[in-house]
Write a new protein. Structure first.
Length: 251
């Protein structure tokens, strides 16, 4: 287990490949840095990929939440990531994000826009945030309590990796044939619990604290950055892909 100091906490991190181009992977809620493992056999040469766990996730510290949950806010996660990049001596990199990791990446870019190049966002949650009802929150809590439930729910979010018949009700999701030995090994590792429980407080706090002012500022940042990219801002591009296969890109 490799960890890096980020302010008051130690964050788990991993590295794949070597090269002059660095890509930092920021995972989503209820996940970990190890989610990128299945894609690692397909990384091109000359690429250094680094995955960092949020606080409360994977191999990172899990400090008790404060009364207002401020130490698990999206802003705190973003600051943690920037501190980790400082400690790892990464002055400039590209970003690859998944789900709620998109919020963290947006906040990182708001604070230090000159530090990042291209950004790829898979199924991103926008800086405007999302709100969950009681039933949806119950699903997240069930996932935190059971690795089997987490495996089943997350399999539905990456259905192409699984045998279709195994995704039926009351079936255990089974990775499809053809992933290769490396993929099957990684899949088994993932299924055994690389998705560590994320404290729910961070997500709940972000839903409450997403004030109109913060939302407006974040949305304005995205519009301005996209407009700048469209004007040919050197070295920057942004791409977003949803699970429906839709994709928008600014280059």
């Amino acid at each position: 287990m490799t960890r890096v100091r980020a302010g008051e906490v130690q964050l788990g991190w991993r590295e794949w490949g070597k090269g002059d181009v660095t890509v930092v992977f920021i995972h989503g809620n209820l996940a970990s840095k190890d989610w990128i493992e299945l894609a690692s056999p397909f990384f091109p040469g000359g690429l250094r990929v680094i995955g960092i766990d949020w606080r409360g996730c994977g191999d990172s510290d899990r400090p008790p939440p404060t009364k207002d949950y401020a130490n698990y806010s999206m802003q705190q996660h973003a600051q943690d990531m920037l501190s980790a990049l400082d400690a790892l001596q990464i002055p400039f990199c590209h970003l690859a994000t998944h789900s709620t990791g998109g919020i963290i990446a947006a906040r990182m870019m708001l604070m230090q826009p000159e530090r990042f190049g291209r950004v790829f966002a898979l199924d991103p949650v926008t800086p405007l945030g999302i709100s969950f009802n009681t039933e949806q929150i119950g699903i997240f809590r069930s996932m935190m309590a059971s690795g089997d439930v987490t495996h089943s729910v997350m399999a539905s979010a990456a259905a192409s990796l699984f045998a279709p018949e195994s995704l039926a009700p009351n079936e255990v999701p089974r990775f499809r044939e053809g992933l290769g030995n490396h993929g099957r090994s990684s899949a088994s590792h993932w299924a055994r619990g690389v998705i560590r429980s994320q404290r729910f407080s961070g997500l709940e706090e972000e839903r409450r604290r997403a004030t109109p002012g913060n939302r407006t500022r974040a949305a304005r940042f995205i519009r301005v950055r996209a407009r700048g990219l469209g004007d040919g801002a050197e070295g920057h591009s942004t791409a977003a892909r949803g699970d429906s296969g839709s994709r928008s890109q600014f280059e």
